[in-house]
Design a protein around this ligand. Sequence first.
Ligand code: HEM
Ligand SMILES: [Cu+2]
Length: 575
Amino acid sequence: MAEKSFRLCPTSGLYFHRSAESLMKAHAVVGVVYLLVGGLIGLLLALTRAPDIHLLDAETFYMVLTAHGIDILIFWIIFFEIAVLYFASSTLLRVRPATPLLGWLGFALMLIGSIMNNVAVFRGSSSVMFTSYVPMPAEPIFYLGLILFAVGALLGCFIFLGTLVIAKEEGTYQGSIPLVTFGALTAAIIAIFTIAMGAVILIPTLMWSMGLIKNIDPLMYRNVWWALGHSSQQINVSAHVAVWYAIAAIVFGAKPMSEKVSRGAFLLYILFLQLASAHHLLADPGISSTWKVFNTSYAMYLAVLASMIHGLTVPGSIEVAQRKKGLNNGLFEWLTKAPWGNPVFSSMFFSLIIFGFIGGITGVVMGTEQINLIIHNTLFVPGHFHATVAVGTTMAFMGVAYFLIPVLFRRELIMPGLAKIQPYLFAGGMLIFILFMLGAGTLGLPRRHWDVNFAGAALQFQFAGTAVSMLGFVVVGAVLAALGGVAFVLIAVGSLVFGKPLDSSANLLTSFGAPLAASSYNVDRPEVLAPAADEGSHQHVSASGTFVLALIFLVSFVIYFFANAKYLSSVWPMG
Ligand code: HEM
Ligand SMILES: [Cu+2]
C-alpha cells in the first residue's frame, strides 16, 4: 500500500485514497445534477396539480411525472449512495478500494443507463411513471437504461464488499467494522437483493417491449416489481441512517449508545423489510387478506422497530455527547444549544424528525390493511414518501454533502449565509407541501392525476372544496422547497467551481461558528467513527430529553392511528 496514494485531510483526520476519492466525487456530482433536474421538474408537477394554475398539458404532465420519479428517487439517490459506499469502505477503513477500474466501468454504466432512460422518457414515448406497470408500454431503451444502471450499481456494491475484504486482509482496522460501515453494508446487501429482483422483473419486461414475450400478468408484475420498489426504499433508509450516525459522530463526537443494539437494528432491516413490500399490494385482488395482514403487520413492524431504535439512539447519543460537554440544564439544553446554524447538523436533524414523525407514522397508518382503503392512491401517498425520501434520505445526504465539500473536495463553501438557511428553506417548504398533500389525500384527492376538476370528462365528479383549495398550499410548499433545492445545488456545485481551494491547514467548517469536525474528529481520535472500545463507560449520562421526544412520538402515533380508524368507520359504515 503506497503511502502516497493516500491523502490525509487536515480538517477531518480522514484518509482518502486517491482512486476512491475520484470515484466518490464523480458519483456525488452526477447525483446532484439529477437532484437539480428532478427537483425543478417536481415544481412543474405541483404547479399543474393546482387547478387555478394547471401549468402543463396532460401528456407533458405524465411525462414529467415519470422523469421526476426516476431521476430523483433512482438516479440522484443511488449515485449518491454509491459515493457513500466508497466513503464508508475505503475512507473509513483507510484502505485502497478494490478494482477501481471496475468502479469506473460501473460509473459509466450508470451514467449511460440513466441517460438512455431519460432520452426514452423525454421523447414522450415512455410515460409509464416510476412504477412502469404493465401493460403500459415504454420503449425498450427505457428498460434497458434501467438495467444498465442497475448493473453499474451492482458493480459498486461488489467493489464495496471487495474493499471490506481487502481491509480485513491487510488488517487496516481492529475488531469489528465501524457502525457507519456496518450500516452501509446493510444497504449494500439489500441493494444486491433489490437489483436481483429488478433483473427478475425488468428483463422480461424489456423482452415484452421488444415483442419477444406476448404477455406479462399485471398482478404478477406488481408483486415482483414491489420486491424491487419497496426494497430500494430500504436501501435508502439504511444508507441515510448510516449517515445520521456519521454526522452525529462528525459534529458532536457522539458515540452510539449501544453498538450492539444499533447493529441489531440494522440486521432487522435485512431480515424483515422484503416482507413489508406487501404494503404496496394491499388493494390488489387475487392476494389473500391473511397474506397481506401477516406481511404488513407482524413482519413490517419489525422493520419499523428498527427505524424507531435508530430514531431513538441517534438523538440519544447526541444528547449524551452534549451533556458531557456541560450542556446539562433541563430536558432540552443539549438540543437548543446544538449548532443550528451548521447545515451539516440542521439537515441531518430535519431528516431525522420529519422522517420519523411524519414518514414513520403515516407509513404505519397507511400500511394497515383496513385504513389503507381510505387513502390508497390518494395524494396522501406522495405526502408520505416525500417525508421519507425527499426529506429523510435527501436531507441526510445534503447534510453529509456540506461536510464533504471542504473535506473531500477541498473547497471553501461559497455563500455560507445561504448555506445556513438552506436546510430551513427546503425542510420548511417540504413540510408545508407534505402536510397539505396528506390532508388533501385524506379528503380523497387522487395522486398522479392531471385534472382534479375532471373538465370535459364523460363522468363528472366534484371533490370537496377544502380538498381542492389545499392544493394552493401544496404549491406554496413546493415553491419554497424548490428554492431550497436550487440553493443547495447552487452552493454545492458553485463551491466546487468557484470555492476557494483550501490549503492544508485551513479549517473553514468553523465558519458556521460551530464546534465541528476538527475538534471532534481528528487524527488523534480516529476512533470516532469506529466501534466504541469502552462500551458502557458513558452510560451514566442519561438521555432524558430524547426519552421525552420518544414519548411525544408515541402519543402522536397512537392518536393519529385511532383518528384514522375512526374516520374509516365513518366513510365505510357497516351495520
Ligand atoms: C422541490 C422538491 C420536490 C417537489 C416540488 C416535488 C413534487 C412532486 C409532485 C407534485 C409529485 C406528484 C404527486 C402526484 O400527483 O401524484 C411528485 C411525485 C413524486 N416525487 Fe417529488 N417533489 C420534490 C422532491 C422529491 C424528492 C427529493 C424525491 C425523492 C428523493 C421525490 C420523489 C417523488 C416520487 C417517487 C414521486 C412519484 C412519481 C410517480 O407517482 O410515479 N420528490 N413530486
Ligand atoms: Cu414500501
